[in-house]
Design a protein. Structure first.
Length: 81
């Protein structure tokens, strides 16, 4: 499974560079595009552990966030190619 994190900064939030460093420290994958980070996880306990760290960091840095979880999907080839 994958959970995507979209962050919302406000005037009281930490600098985005500081947020990036903190999230990378706990092993999150930064993304460029629609979402900001991704948590890859296999079971509920792994998700709980990783998300607890994310929640603590973003609370401390005063960053709001939104989560979206998707099942891993097998890659599909474009039918037109």
């Amino acid at each position: 499974m994958r959970t995507y994190i979209d962050m919302i900064f406000n005037p009281d939030s930490a600098d985005p560079g500081e947020v990036l460093q903190e999230m990378k420290k706990i092993g999150l994958t930064p993304l460029f595009g629609v979402h900001d980070f991704m948590i890859a996880w296999e079971d509920e306990q792994e998700f709980r552990n990783k998300f607890r760290d994310v929640k603590d960091i973003l609370r401390r840095l005063r960053v709001s966030y939104r989560l979206m979880t998707q099942e891993d999907m097998p890659e599909q080839k474009c039918p037109y190619m």
